[in-house]
Design a protein around this ligand. Structure first.
Ligand SMILES: [Fe+2]
Ligand SMILES: [Fe+2]
Length: 271
């Protein structure tokens, strides 16, 4: 399969019709029969791929090029998710605009050419597939929330999330960063598959608009504290970053293997 074909496969699995801004082919070509899949790809991972006899590399976090520079654009997906949970569009977009401002500054300073240049020099095809795999992971988290009984507590939600094979196998735990296990979960929003977590502005917007529990895959302590000050009766559950990234990655790796590809996963929690 070519890098483009693996990206198209990921889109199909996620039910997406367009390539998100944070994903794309960095070095075109046939990935061959043996690929390295790594959540993060730097020059070290490219050399490791060569050392292990891999003929192509797939990265999860954008490793360079336009997907690295345009990473912040997929944050707008938070506004779409908030709208699905009934948040007025204008309010949702105002919350996300704050995040986009912060992350566009981060992306603007990135050394975006470094890793793709190294891959080209090594003759290694390289593709980055971020949001399609996180969207797959989001769907698996959302399915758990949909199965929650009426009146379930935050603790029950945590226990059910923790039973997902990747979350059960991970070194991290599902944590309640704001709120309490005994509290009713109420209306729950899964906010993942949108570039990165929505930090303070997106969770605050959800809480102001009738949602009781937000699920992020990770969240800074600073944002969690600010939310706790303002919304002491709400709940924020974090699943663990790599654990939840693995939720979307594993079905994709299985689909690649079903097509005859040998995959060496790096840093992925198996299920
Ligand atoms: Fe991810
Ligand atoms: Fe990630």
């Amino acid at each position: 399969m070519t890098g483009k074909e693996t990206l198209e496969l990921a889109l199909e699995l996620a039910g997406l019709t367009e390539v998100p801004a944070d994903s794309g082919v960095l070095v075109p070509g046939d990935l061959g029969e043996k690929v390295l899949f790594s959540i993060d790809v730097g020059v070290g991972e490219l050399l490791l791929a060569r050392e292990l006899g891999a003929s192509g590399v797939i990265a999860h976090h954008p490793p360079g090029g336009l997907p690295r520079l345009r990473w912040h654009e997929v944050l707008w997906r938070h506004a779409e998710l908030l709208s699905r949970y009934g948040v007025p569009e204008g309010e949702a977009r105002a919350a996300v605009a704050e995040l986009v401002r912060e992350f566009s500054a981060r992306d603007h300073l990135s050394s975006y050419g470094h890793v793709p240049a190294a891959a080209r020099a090594l003759g290694l095809p390289l593709v980055g597939i971020h949001t399609p795999l996180d969207e797959l992971g989001r769907q698996r988290l959302a399915a758990v929330v949909e199965g929650l009984p009426e009146g379930a507590t935050v603790g029950e939600l945590v226990d059910r999330l923790s039973a997902l094979p990747e979350l059960a196998a991970a070194g991290t735990q599902v944590e309640v960063r704001l709120g309490a296990r005994e509290a009713p979960a109420g209306r729950v929003a899964v906010l993942h598959g949108a570039g990165t977590n929505g930090g303070y502005p997106v969770a605050a917007c959800a809480f102001r608009n009738g949602l009781d529990t937000v699920i992020y895959i990770h969240c800074s302590d600073q944002a969690a504290r600010k939310l706790a000050d303002e919304f002491p009766r709400k709940n924020l559950v974090v699943t663990g970053h790599i654990a939840a990234d693995s939720l979307g990655i594993n079905p994709f790796l299985e689909a690649l293997r079903a097509r005859g590809m040998e995959v060496i996963p790096l840093g992925v929690v198996p299920r």
